[in-house]
Ligand binder design. Structure first.
Ligand SMILES: [Zn+2]
Length: 97
């Protein structure tokens, strides 16, 4: 009986752990590949201009871009990407890092 309870507790803790370990997945707005959120660059709008959110803790809608240099270059140079990803009409691209 005790063994059963212990087993049950183990199973429950395993389920809890696996749930908390599910990493959020985001899509790169340039090449549309999906990747774990923490492996992507996150950008948010601050006073109408996008800033890189290095710690990924800023509030608001984020735009994600993968680590590929080509993607990042396209992402940073094309304003329409920002507008689409952040769902805003006007973005003044002046990137502060
Ligand atoms: Zn990409």
């Amino acid at each position: 009986m005790r063994l059963k309870i212990r087993l049950l507790k183990n199973v429950i803790s395993l389920i809890r752990r696996s749930k908390s370990c599910t990493e959020p997945v985001r899509t790169c707005c340039v090449c549309r590949t999906k990747a774990f959120k923490k492996t992507l660059h996150r950008f948010v709008l601050e006073n109408d201009s996008p800033v890189q959110d290095i710690r990924q803790r800023k509030t608001g809608r984020g735009a994600y871009c993968c680590q590929k240099e080509s993607c990042l270059a396209v992402f940073l140079s094309q304003q329409k990407r920002w507008k689409k990803a952040l769902k805003v009409k006007n973005v003044f691209v002046a990137l502060k890092s």
